[in-house]
Design a protein around this ligand. Sequence first.
Ligand code: FES
Length: 93
Amino acid sequence: MKDEADETIVCRCEDLTLAEIRAAIEAGYTDFEELKRFLRVGMGPCQGRTCIPIVRRELARYLRKSVGEIAAPTKRPPAVNVLFGTVKSGSER
Ligand code: FES
C-alpha cells in the first residue's frame, strides 16, 4: 500500500518527493553530499532552506541516529565578493 506522505514534495526547487528521497537513501545514498549529487536536493534557488532539515531528518531516521549526527551539506559561498554593479556592467575590477 502506498503511503500518501510519499507524494509530499520535500524539495520544491528541484521537485523531489519524499518517496524519491527515501528511494535514494534505500539505494545507498546515505549522506547529504551523495544525495545532493544524485538528486540535486538542496541545489535549487533557495539553497536548501526548506529541504535540508527534512532530508537530514530522513537520513537520521534511516540510519537510526540523531539529526545532529547527520552532517549538513557543505556551503560554498562565492570565493570573492563581487559588487552588483560589476556584474551588471560585465567589467572586472
Ligand atoms: S527546496 Fe530544496 S533547494 Fe530549495
